[in-house]
Write a protein that binds this ligand. Structure first.
Ligand code: SF4
Length: 76
């Protein structure tokens, strides 16, 4: 499994993560920030634990994020 973390309030809405890992990210029409699908909010940090098959796409999204607010880590 992997854990994806998103510090949503710092998102600038560039859409890169949505383009790179569409299964896990969507752009919000309400505030122009992206949303981590199935992410749970804890003090502004949204986290989702998902399957290893999403690892590469989300690592690439994290690398592409201009403000470096996506973190991807392997968990057991
Ligand atoms: S790549 Fe980063 S800044 Fe751009 S929409 Fe995704 S989380 Fe927001």
């Amino acid at each position: 499994m992997i854990r994806i973390t998103h510090q949503r309030e710092k998102c600038i809405g560039c859409n890169y993560c949505v383009e790179i890992a569409y299964d896990r990210w969507r752009m919000s029409k309400k505030d122009g920030k992206c949303t981590l699908i199935e992410g749970k909010n804890k003090k502004g940090f949204y986290t989702a634990v998902v399957g290893d098959d999403e690892y590469i796409a989300n690592v690439n999204a994290a690398k592409a994020c201009p403000v470096k607010i996506i973190k991807v880590e392997k968990v057991k």
